[in-house]
Design a protein around this ligand. Structure first.
Ligand code: AN7
Length: 368
């Protein structure tokens, strides 16, 4: 079957009429990859899988939410959309707005978003407003602009975003053929963990009355729900510290957020599932990004690696039980942030004269 995007695929589980005009870039249907080469999983009998959301059309999970939010904004007759962003939301909003023929305004923290994401917003013709302030400050401005200027907000405070993003949980169960024991996910603004929980609940017959538009399909597919584990960067960990962080800092700029908009939904997901929140520092984040790239062939961005990093840490110290099935969301593609790799990885880039002898000599050093 051709991939017609999420709204067509999950038409019975989304609060939209799939017969109307749909704005899609054929998002979703991302791979669920078995991580086979990680020692600790093999020794503990854990089966660990990564849902690689970096393979969505704009390179992040945001596209799942954006197809629904932008389609709805268009149908409701909005003349333009706006978002605050640490990068990926702006890239996705810019692309889907371009496809819908709507102007797009994005507010980003000056100097604190990855180069690839800025390039995407520019490429798709969004109006980029750089502020001397962080994501949380941008979010407050966006909410005000929505009120005073009549724009559609396409951040995850827009409930249509979470509706779209819940489909990743459906895909995990569909593809795995069972419900994982644990699901691990990076947490920034806390929308995605809330959306996954909604999806896992819906598939197993639990109704979560989170907001007015919540569309709930009764057909039950699954028998249980996973334990939800949320991982944050140590310098931006309001859910771990249980207090808002005024000046969040981390190398993983995607999750440099101190005042998550979906804080209470995320807490509910964690409590209801008997899960927990944990933080990893920048060094651990880069270590895990490298591990995935060099041992599994998966190039994700730093914020994404935190889910696998967190899982491995909790497997090692026995918080995740031996013999479990664990899934992790890798939220964005590594190509979004090339600067990090050039700065932080040890490069195997060697200057060499343009002749066979010199090249052969270098190769010899590696394979002798
Ligand atoms: C790669 O783009 O908030 O907890 O403005 O880009 O749902 O916020 C990005 C968030 C994880 C956190 N991984 O998800 C934005 C933005 C990546 C991200 C998150 C983001 P939420």
């Amino acid at each position: 079957m051709l991939n017609g995007g999420l709204i067509k695929k999950y038409s019975d589980r989304l609060p939209l009429d799939s017969d109307g005009e749909v704005v899609t870039l054929h998002e979703g249907a991302t791979p669920l990859l078995h991580l086979k080469n990680l020692e600790i999983c093999n020794s503990k009998g854990v089966r660990l899988f990564a849902k690689f959301e970096g393979l969505n059309p704009t390179g992040s999970f945001k596209d799942r939410g954006m197809t629904v939010a932008i389609t709805q904004a268009l149908r409701e007759g909005y003349k333009a959309v706006i978002c605050a962003s640490t990068g990926n939301t702006s890239a996705s909003a810019a692309a889907y707005a371009a496809r819908a023929g709507l102007p797009c305004f994005v507010i980003i923290p000056s100097g604190k978003i990855a180069l690839g994401k800025l390039a995407q917003a520019v490429a798709h013709g969004a109006v980029v407003l750089q502020i001397e302030g962080n994501f949380d400050a941008g979010m407050e401005i966006v909410k005000e602009m929505a009120q005073t200027q009549g724009l559609a907000v396409v951040n995850s405070v827009n409930p249509y975003r979470l509706q779209g993003q819940k489909t990743a949980a459906f895909e995990i169960i569909d593809e795995l053929g069972e419900v994982p024991d644990y699901h691990c996910i990076p947490v920034g603004n806390a929308g995605n963990i809330s959306a996954y929980w909604m999806g896992f609940c819906e598939y197993s017959g639990y109704k979560l009355p989170v907001h007015d538009i919540y569309h709930y399909q009764r057909t039950t597919i699954a028998k249980k729900r996973p334990i939800m584990l949320g991982y944050q960067a140590a310098g931006a960990a309001p859910l771990v510290n249980k207090e808002i962080v005024d000046n969040p800092e981390t190398i993983a700029t995607a999750i440099r957020i101190g005042n998550p908009q979906s804080l209470s939904l995320a807490k509910k997901a964690s409590e209801d599932s008997e899960g927990w929140f944990e933080s990893l520092d920048d060094e651990e984040i880069i270590k895990n990004q490298k591990l995935l790239a060099q041992h599994e062939g998966i190039f994700c961005e730093p914020a994404s690696a935190i889910s696998v990093g967190g899982a491995l840490k909790d497997i090692e110290r026995g918080k995740i039980k031996e013999g479990s099935v664990v899934t992790c969301t890798l939220t964005g593609h590594g190509l979004k942030d090339p600067d990090i790799v050039i700065d932080k990885f040890n490069m195997n880039v060697v200057e060499v004269p343009a002749n066979r002898k010199a090249v052969a000599e270098i190769i010899g050093r590696y394979i002798s």
